[in-house]
Design a protein around this ligand. Structure first.
Ligand code: XMP
Length: 491
């Protein structure tokens, strides 16, 4: 059915989200819930299967997180991974003995379980395999040398435990997840962006009814894609407000306005708040204070504009799944109803959705960008002159990276205006000018990253262009610092 769902019970860490993305990549719809969710609530959602993922330490440690043990008696198939495997063994009367191996690879062979359909012998990486006294009714379903039991199950009750995860680029891991969701749980692989659009449109129409809705877009991917989806569902009853903070990179406001007006044929109410925000930023040098000032001022502009628009029935926001999972959701006051059509989508799905909706890649593949924009890429006080210098330097860097064909290879790259000023010469006159720092990083999720090894000739070219074309900048630095001591942004 097109509502089949696997529920992932999250014991902490990144694994639950990784598994969710892999399942959705195989077109199986899933949602993540905290591991403590009551069995009754889980049963009420009628999932096709449960997946236990994440967690650190041991379930018998003091303060360890636990699932409601009743979940194993619901008759719903369970796949417990890593910590979850130990949790399930303990909850059903088994015992943990000792850790047999940690952090190494071993040859694994699988028994004829439906979980391992289509898999042969292979070598796998095990971050940890414990020896256990298995609960009654359970037996080993995978083997590795030295008496290791990397997987066990009670096939009759469809309870499965793996002492390993699906890793990155791991076809066997994906096959196991697909075997569980499709073969064992009988889930239909219905999830796709097209299926999402169809359901989301129907939901939006049902929620908004004959009323009107308002969304404020920031220039970022999430709110822009959300607005395009809403427009498709309710047309001109959507009022779309773009607040130009004056802190965008070169060309971004033009890209947003042309996408909406020309590519999507939508009416966009543009408000230029640059002057107002710059005034409030006067004398503010601390990055967190800058964030606060910009956030507050954008909220004020939004409230003023919303009031001027008259009555609107509901507010729409581009909240996405990672915001929901991290609890980082905010809501503008003054509206009875708030709808968040993207609240179950991961970032890569939001980008795909944008493309399905006909938005240009330039916008959907946009790099992460801090909400206070260039204000936090200027070290120290923000002024119009500094913003102009940074915008030009950043545009030159972007242009040259794209020209070298590296724009898809480097995860994020940008320029920062430092507050270092040194003596130099311009047109034969000795003067003090600023240093610009260039930042480029390789990453998948911003949690870990490495400075990108930019070709030296490219750095030279960018330096020559910036120092020649941007009056006020006489020095260019390249930041090669990694995560150990620094963040990606210069805040
Ligand atoms: P740091 O500097 O903490 O940044 O290593 C991690 C990633 O997050 C991006 N970033 C933001 N993204 N709103 C966003 O959507 C923000 O306010 C914000 N601040 C930082 C940053 O560019 C990097 O990719």
């Amino acid at each position: 059915m097109d509502s089949d769902c696997i529920l992932i019970l999250d014991f902490g860490g990144q694994q639950a989200q990784m598994m969710a993305r892999k399942l959705r990549g195989e077109r199986f719809f899933c949602e993540i819930l905290p591991c403590e969710t009551a069995a009754e609530d889980i049963a009420g959602r009628a999932p096709r299967g449960l997946l236990l993922a994440g967690g650190a330490g041991d379930p018998d440690d003091a303060g360890a997180r636990h699932a409601d043990a009743e979940i194993f008696a619901l008759g719903i198939p369970v796949l417990a991974m890593g910590y979850g495997a130990r949790e399930m063994a303990l909850a059903l009367g088994g015992q943990l003995l000792d850790t047999q191996i940690s952090g190494r690879s071993a040859q694994i062979s699988f028994s004829a379980s439906p979980l391992f359909e289509g898999l042969g012998e292979s070598e796998r990486f095990f971050s940890r395999v414990d020896s256990m006294e298995l609960p009654e009714g359970f037996c080993a379903i995978a083997y590795a040398g030295g008496g290791l039991v990397p997987a066990f199950a009670c096939e009759e009750k469809r309870l499965y435990a793996l002492q390993f995860y699906a890793e990155n680029n791991d076809p066997d891991g994906l096959q196991i997840l697909a075997n569980f969701a499709g073969g064992i749980c009988g889930c239909e692989a219905w999830w796709s962006m097209e299926a999402f659009v169809e359901r989301a449109e129907a939901n939006i129409r049902a929620e908004v009814g004959e009323g009107s809705a308002l969304i404020a877009i920031s220039g970022g991917v999430d709110s822009a894609v959300c607005a395009a989806l809403l427009y498709r569902a309710i047309g001109d009853r959507l009022k779309c407000l773009y607040i130009n903070t004056g802190l965008m990179r070169k060309g971004e406001t033009a890209l947003v306005t042309s996408t909406f007006r020309d590519a999507l044929n939508m009416e966009l109410i543009c408000v230029d708040a640059g002057e107002r925000i710059l005034k409030r930023l006067e004398g503010v040098a601390d990055p967190s204070a800058k964030r606060e000032v910009v956030e507050q001022e954008v909220m004020r502009v939004f409230e003023d504009e919303a009031r001027a628009l008259g009555h609107v029935d509901c507010l729409c926001q581009g909240t996405i799944y990672p915001d929901v999972l991290s609890g980082a959701t905010r809501r503008a006051p003054g509206f009875d109803k708030c709808i968040e059509p993207l609240r179950l989508l991961f970032k890569d799905e939001v980008r795909q959705l944008g493309e399905v909706l006909g938005m240009p890649k330039e916008l959907t593949q946009r790099q992460p960008f801090p909400e206070p924009g260039l204000a936090v890429r200027i070290v120290g006080e923000v002024t119009r002159e500094k913003l102009d210098m940074l915008r030009e330097a950043d545009a030159i860097f972007r242009e040259e990276v794209a020209e070298a064909g590296l724009d898809r290879r480097v995860w994020q790259y940008f320029a920062v205006l430092t507050n270092i000023r040194t003596l130099g010469q311009r047109d034969g006159v000795v003067c003090q000018e600023y240093a610009v720092a260039l930042r480029a990083v390789s990453s998948q999720d911003a949690l870990s990253f490495n400075a990108y090894r930019m070709p030296y000739d490219l750095l030279e070219r960018v330096t020559q262009r910036i120092t020649r074309e941007v009056v006020g900048v006489n020095r260019v630095l390249y930041d090669v610092t990694g995560r150990a001591t620094s963040s990606i942004e210069w805040e």
